[in-house]
Design a protein around this ligand. Structure first.
Ligand code: ADP
Length: 172
């Protein structure tokens, strides 16, 4: 099958749960495009550029750059899909709470862009609890997040938190 599927999300930051979805989706699709979007419901920790850079570093470490790429779009996902003539979208499902949000999104997107299809992948059980918000909360309390996110995320979080601390203390 010669298909490209788009995996959209905030990825703020990218976690092992996201990586697991990408790797499993590569068993079905030739190529995956990770599309970084702004979710107006969420206050971002990393800028879209930082998120893209982190994801690219992870893909390089994982040897996936030949089949997985990253892009950012500041507008509506369906507009991006139309502009690039993509029509397959992958989303991950962890719990019933995800389902309610995801089905509304999928139906709204289908109305806006009838030619697109959303394909859902269940989380692997070991990542069913894992979210970007959990990672940020734990990191802010200095917890070990090495089992939740790849190394480039840990580095970027530490750098950002250090910068914020030095800004707060007047750069001393
Ligand atoms: P969004 O703000 O669009 O929900 P996220 O970065 O939070 O963006 O999630 C992107 C996609 O990845 C969503 O479909 C989400 O359900 C899925 N996802 C997030 N964490 C996991 C995980 N641990 N396992 C499987 N899917 C996940």
């Amino acid at each position: 099958m010669k298909e490209i599927a788009v995996f959209p999300g905030s990825f703020d930051p990218f976690t092992y749960g996201h990586l697991d979805v990408v790797k499993r989706a590569l068993k079905i699709f030739d190529k995956i495009l990770i599309l970084v979007l702004n979710n107006p419901r969420k206050k971002p920790f990393f800028t879209p550029e930082e998120r893209m850079r982190i994801i690219n570093e992870i893909l390089e470490l994982e040897g996936l750059l030949d089949r997985v790429s990253v892009d950012y779009y500041k507008g509506l996902m369906v507009d991006y899909l139309r502009q690039h003539e993509y029509n397959l979208v992958i989303r991950g499902l962890r719990a019933v709470s995800d389902f309610e949000y995801e089905i509304l999104q999928a139906h709204a997107n289908a109305k806006l862009c009838p030619e697109m299809e959303t394909i859902f992948m269940f989380t692997s059980p070991e990542y069913s609890f894992l979210s970007s918000s959990l990672v940020k909360e734990l990191a802010m309390f200095g917890a070990d997040i090495s089992k939740l996110v790849p190394e480039p995320v840990i580095k970027a979080i530490n750098e950002k938190l250090e910068r914020e601390t030095s800004n707060l203390s007047g750069g001393e």
